[in-house]
Design a protein around this ligand. Structure first.
Ligand code: BV8
Length: 243
């Protein structure tokens, strides 16, 4: 059986599905990935920008990078891959979409149960009170909270822990999943990359959607090689046909 048909059959039988997405799902929306040929990190090393130390050292530089990323993402919209995942959620009894992406495109495409492991580009957090608010960076960088303390991007940087409740919920979903659908991630960042392993170790069938092999390909029962904007709509159409 064609791997996509077999993967669709597994999804059609599933009562519980967990999805893990990475930057590749937003690539066809025009949002640069992190580690691809035109990746975000190409111009900057992660240590320069996505760490608490970088923010401590030069908060204005870090905010300039995030303001640029906010501007890039504001000019982008969900692509057919995002919409396919929102449609899949309506077909599955227990469904959770766990994303490493901070661009907010899954919710804009209509996905409802979205766990944002690494935060959200359009939110900021007070460095003193910890309060989180929707925030679009303007000219005055770094921005400050009403309390006078500096605001930081509400993003999980390297070396920082993820929100405990969010990552715990993601692992519970993985533990209970019949199928784990992984799309658009290089699988190099932990603990997100451990979610498909956790699902597989609790009997889930793993489906990987990516143009290339990744460190997660080893746990995938079905490896669907291609762009998520093309593969995911075909996959969900097949699931719908079998339902
Ligand atoms: C933590 C925020 C603990 C920034 C990000 C050594 C070994 C293992 C782990 C570690 C280690 N040393 C340190 C660690 C831990 C570290 C880590 O994993 N490092 C890696 C780099 C080795 N992790 C952490 O630090 C995490 N925290 O562990 O805390 C702790 C506990 C208690 C107390 C203190 C600490 C925090 C991780 C979060 C880091 N923040 N982003 C920002 O976004 O501004 S990670 C960053 O990478 C992004 O969030 C991104 O989402 C994430 C993963 O990248 P991908 O999404 O996979 O994107 P990438 O470009 O890499 O790949 C794209 C893929 O898409 C490719 O495969 C490509 O083929 C594919 N693709 C391209 N086009 C398409 C496509 N697929 C489909 N369709 C297409 N069209």
């Amino acid at each position: 059986m064609d791997p996509l048909d077999a993967a669709a059959a597994a999804l059609a039988r599933a009562r519980s599905v967990v999805v893990l997405t990475g930057a590749g799902v937003s690539a066809e929306s025009g949002v640069p990935t992190f580690r691809g040929p035109d990746g975000l990190w190409k111009n900057h090393r992660p240590e320069e920008l996505a760490t608490p130390q970088a923010f401590q050292q030069d908060p204005a530089l870090v905010w300039e990078w995030y303001r640029w990323r906010q501007q890039v993402v504001s000019g982008c919209g969900p692509n057919p891959g995002h919409y396919a995942l929102a449609a899949l959620e309506e077909l599955i009894e227990h469904f959770a979409l766990v994303t490493q992406n901070v661009d907010g495109l899954h919710r804009r495409a209509g996905s409802r149960t979205v766990l944002e492991l690494h935060g959200n580009l359009f939110q900021a957090r007070c460095t003193r009170e910890g309060t989180v608010r929707d925030f679009t960076a303007g000219d005055a960088l770094p921005p400050h909270c009403e309390c006078g303390a500096m605001l930081r991007p509400h993003i999980v940087w390297f070396g920082e822990p993820l929100d405990r409740l969010t990552i715990e919920e993601a692992f519970v979903c993985a533990q209970n999943a019949d199928v784990c659908l992984v799309a658009g991630t290089s699988g190099v960042v932990a603990p997100a990359s451990m979610i498909p392993m956790h699902a597989a170790s609790h009997r889930a069938a793993v489906i990987e959607v990516n143009p290339h092999d990744t460190p997660l390909t080893g746990v995938a029962r079905y490896a669907l090689r291609g762009n998520s904007g093309e593969v995911l709509p075909r996959l969900v159409d097949e699931v719908r046909r079998r339902r």
